[in-house]
Each structure stands twice: as C-alpha cells, then as structure tokens.
Design a protein. Structure first.
Length: 407
C-alpha cells in the first residue's frame, strides 16, 4: 500500500520503517474519524467504542470502562529477555470549541472540537498497538497502552491510576507525546526534569455593599476592591518568587456590576497559577489569600475564596528522557532535529503518572507553515500536519524495542 497523502517537503520519512509508512493512510483515516466525532472529558463513549473495536479486531487484550471511558491495552512481546513493563499514554478528549476549519473531516458535534491534537494522539497509540501486536517477536516485555479520558479537565489520569492501571502487571516506566504546533513538523522537544508547569486555579467573590453611583460613601465598592486585588496579585511573581523560579499568575475572568450608575455589591474573579517548582504550591495558596484578605479588610469587604491545586508539574525522569532523545535522533533529521531544553508553562495531567513511575513526556512538532497548519492549540482553526502521525508511531515503537533491550 502506498500513501496517497502528501508529505511536508522539509521532512524525509526514510527513517520511518516501511511497515509504519504503509500504515500511514490508516493513521490519517483513524485520526479524521475521531476528529469528526469529538467528545468532552469522561464522555468519550464513541471514541472508546471505536478504539475497543480496533483492539478486538487485532486480537489485543484490553480492559474498558476504566475511570468511566478509559481503556488499557496489553501487548506481550515474544522475544526472549528480561521481563519488564512499559506504558504508553494517549489522551482522547476534545474541547468545548466551535470548529471553524473548512475541511471534509470537520467536527460533526456542534460546539465541540479536537483543538489540541488528542485525536492524533489516539491515532498514534492505535497505530503503535497495531504494529506491536503484529511484531511481538521484536520485543521481550509487556506494553500497556493507556487511552485516557478528560485530560482537558477535570483530569482523567488520577482516577485511572486509582483504578489500578499501573498495576497487574506493575508498570516500570511510562512515555507519552503531545503533537505540538509550537514546533515545526519533525522537531522533537524533550528534556529531563521539569518539562511542563503545575497549574492551580482559584475563584474569588468579593462581598461589598452596593448602592447608588452618586453616593459612594454609603457603599463598599466591590469593583474597586477587585481592581486593587488584581494589581496586587501581580506582585507575587515580581516580588515574592525567586527570579530563578518561573511562575505566572493570570486573572482570566472578572465580572461585576449591572449598570453604569450602580455600585456593585459583589465582584467575581477567577485566575490560574503556573509554576515548575512543586515547593511553591502551598506558598501561592497562602500568599493569594493573604493579599485578598488584607485588601478586603482595608475596605471593610468580605470574600469567599476557592483554591484548587489542579495538576502538578510534569517532571521527566533523566534516564527515560535520554532514551526518548536517543530514539528521536534516529527518527528526525537535521536541520530540524531535537530541542533539548524545551519547556513551557502549559500543564498536563500526565504529571500524575510521572509521580508514580519514572517516565518521559515529549513534544512532537506538527506545524507546517507552508500548508497553514500552524494555528495554536485551542484555536477554532487548529489543525496539524498528519505526516507527524507515522513519526509518532515510529518513535514509540523504537522506544519499546530499546527499553526492553536495556538490562
């Protein structure tokens, strides 16, 4: 079978083995089918049914209904050697975004879109499962492929771990990838240590006293209080965090008032906090409340604060990151190559898996500027160069073979 889909002129797939290159039309077909039927977190029933059907057709042992819609496939190698267990993780969920792409595979579900590449992740994981199942003689251990729901929120990794996906047999290491339009097609972003940031969020309601806009002395203006809080929160990173520790405090929502001449009695704000240093988790929670409490007290206002530590930072194990890097060097070619210190403030619940077992999460570049496939993630016109799919399968397969060949 010869691929009928065009490749980027800047990427040579000669390093991708023939069997996987022949699989490319199927990878694209699977990805597009999933793209047309996007589902939000813990609602991925159509996607899970599609995955299950493929695994059944290929004779792959699997479990379904884990953390509602999650799936774990188990593939046992036949090559003699040391018995180890490696997990591969892929997320399945979409976003509440109305797609604006004019493509044949556009979302058929109004207001829901695969705007982050999870459809590609699922297709890559399926391709990896297919190849490994038909080449069990090439590796000696056991591979668990984890199809995870709800990465975009509220988080499917933790409930899958609690359901035992890393046990029976016990996983010794885990890898995962994210197609990334922040990198050109064929570029690999990988590093040991902190790779993606932790994310917390908070919701705060300022409780003032409303009144007439002409009589402010009779009120406690929640808008004024909220405005001072927004400004003061920006000093946390600027003046309370070590300049060598990257961190971001963002106020994404601020709602107050109903009319121009009415002083609002309440103001509601929501924000997110991102950082790499896990030791800052309690600090941010305490400092944000100190600032809110102090400003409210100075104005005679009250407040109601909800603070949630959502995802911890993604911390890659040095040994597994080196494994991925060496494999990536065999697959990608110059001048694209490897971005060795790739790091972003975005967050991922892959972090929960990496807290349990050593592993590595990495970026596979998927942007093609010539084809206008370079919109950012979560954009209603997000799409990626599907040439990356075969490269993702090749990297996963080589990681499996190399991991089990090491003593």
């Amino acid at each position: 079978m010869v691929s009928t889909f065009p490749h980027s002129s800047s990427v040579n797939l000669s390093s991708v083995r023939l069997e996987i290159r022949k699989l490319e039309p199927q990878l694209i077909e699977w990805r597009r089918r999933i793209h047309q039927r996007p589902e939000l977190g813990f609602q991925e029933k159509i996607t899970a049914e599609f995955i299950t059907q493929k695994l059944q057709n290929w004779g792959i042992e699997h479990q379904t209904g884990i953390a509602e819609t999650g799936i774990v496939a188990i593939i046992k190698g036949e090559k003699p050697g040391v018995e180890k267990v490696l997990a591969i993780r892929a997320d399945m969920d979409a976003l509440p975004v109305q797609e604006l792409n004019e493509v044949p595979y556009c979302s058929q579900h109004d207001g829901v879109m695969h705007a982050c590449g999870h459809d590609g992740h699922t297709a890559i994981a399926l391709g990896t499962a297919y190849h490994l199942q038909h080449h069990r003689q090439d590796f000696s251990g056991t591979v668990k492929i984890i199809f995870q729901p709800a990465e975009e929120g509220p988080g499917g990794a933790k409930p899958m771990i609690e359901a035992g996906v890393l046990k029976n047999p016990e996983v010794e290491a885990i890898i995962g990838l994210h197609l990334w339009n922040g990198l050109d097609l064929g570029t690999i972003g990988v590093r040991s240590g902190a790779f993606m940031a932790a994310v917390d969020f908070f919701n705060c309601t300022i409780l003032g006293k409303g009144g007439h806009g002409a009589l402010p002395h009779q009120t406690i203006d929640s808008v004024v209080v909220a405005a001072q809080i927004v400004n003061a929160l920006q000093t946390i990173v600027a003046r309370n965090v070590n300049p060598l520790d990257s961190a971001v405090v963002t106020i994404g929502e601020l709602h107050a008032g109903t009319r121009m001449n009415v002083i609002a009695d309440t103001a509601r704000m929501s924000g997110s906090i991102r950082y790499f240093n896990i030791d800052l988790a309690d600090f941010f929670k305490q400092r944000i409340e100190q600032i809110i409490a102090g400003i409210c007290q100075s104005h005679g206002a009250n407040y109601d604060l909800e603070y949630v530590n959502l995802y911890p930072p993604v911390i890659n194990d040095g040994k597994i990151a080196e494994l991925v890097r060496t494999v990536a060097e065999e697959v990608v070619e110059t001048p694209l190559g490897i971005i060795p210190e790739c790091q972003i403030m975005g967050s991922e619940d892959m972090s929960f898996f990496l807290q349990e077992v050593p592993g590595c999460y990495f970026f596979l570049g998927s942007a093609n500027h010539e084809k206008k496939l370079d919109y950012p993630h979560h954009h209603p016109r997000f799409d990626f160069d599907e040439t990356a799919l075969a490269m993702g399968v090749e990297i996963f397969v080589r990681c499996v073979e190399k991991f089990f060949s090491q003593s």
